[in-house]
Design a protein around this ligand. Structure first.
Ligand SMILES: [Zn+2]
Length: 259
């Protein structure tokens, strides 16, 4: 397949995935099944027909309102679909038709869901953070961030995970002592463990750098737009996820040199 075909295929596939991720974002915090029942309007509970459930297109055709009760549909739905489609397209383009592509796309999907849940509820469910740690260990054999024999790849993932988890834990303990309040949530610590398992110990430093950069950029934009920070709390999950996405796309990048 040519590059353009990979991008188009990835985008269309990502739209469908994004539609499912919206279901996960809505249902997982409520402990509902993601497979049953079919999609329904959260307000009037009307079943959503397939033609009203086409990613992005249906939102635009319906003018962002439920067909039955005219209740506004959250802009989160088309935004998540669009972001998922774009990210899927670039990762399919980058890694092509290899075994790593579906594996890394699974990680990307988890990051999108946990980021939106963290933004809305200030929590990262364990099934994502701990789930990604376990998944990262299993897929370490195919991970382009690691090289050498399979056992060496697993070792690199374990060392990265240990550094990510305990490093973040130490930072959290230090921050809490300094600020006299919880500086980093347990979800962030576990997510950093997942970062290490997926990117290795060098990746832990990369992702800290990337996510701080994205975070500072985000708050600079908020300041420019004079938008207040809700609750005074800062969910770090979305920034860690953004940093992790950059490192997954550039698995061999490094800011630290060893001499
Ligand atoms: Zn409705």
């Amino acid at each position: 397949m040519t590059g353009a075909m990979l991008l188009i295929f990835g985008f269309l596939f990502g739209l469908i995935v994004g539609s499912f991720l919206n279901v996960c974002i809505y249902r997982i915090p409520q402990n509902m099944s993601v497979a049953w029942p079919n999609s329904f309007c959260p307000k009037c509970k009307h079943k959503i027909k397939w033609y009203d459930n086409i990613p992005i297109v249906s939102y635009l055709l319906l003018g962002g309102k439920c067909r039955f009760c005219k209740d506004p549909i959250s802009a989160q739905y088309p935004i998540v679909e669009f972001i998922t489609a774009c990210l899927t397209a670039v990762f399919v383009f980058k890694f092509g038709l290899t075994i790593w592509t579906p594996l890394v796309l699974t990680v990307v999907s988890c990051l999108i869901v946990l980021s939106v849940i963290d933004l809305k509820f200030f929590i990262i469910p364990d099934r994502f953070s701990i789930g990604l740690i376990l998944f990262g260990l299993i897929i370490s054999f195919f991970n382009p961030a690691f090289s050498g024999a399979p056992i060496l790849k697993l070792k690199a993932a374990l060392i990265g995970g240990g550094l990510g988890f305990f490093g973040m834990w130490a930072m959290a303990a230090f921050g809490s002592a300094l600020l006299r309040k919880e500086a980093l949530g347990g979800g962030d610590i576990k997510l950093m463990g997942a970062v290490g398992v997926l990117c290795g110990w060098v990746g832990v430093f990369n992702v800290l750098f990337f996510s701080s950069f994205v975070g500072v950029l985000y708050y600079a934009i908020l300041k420019l737009l004079k938008r207040p920070i809700e609750n005074g709390a800062i969910p770090f999950g979305p920034f860690l996820s953004a940093g992790l996405l950059i490192n997954l796309y550039l698995p061999t990048i490094s800011f630290i040199r060893m001499y």
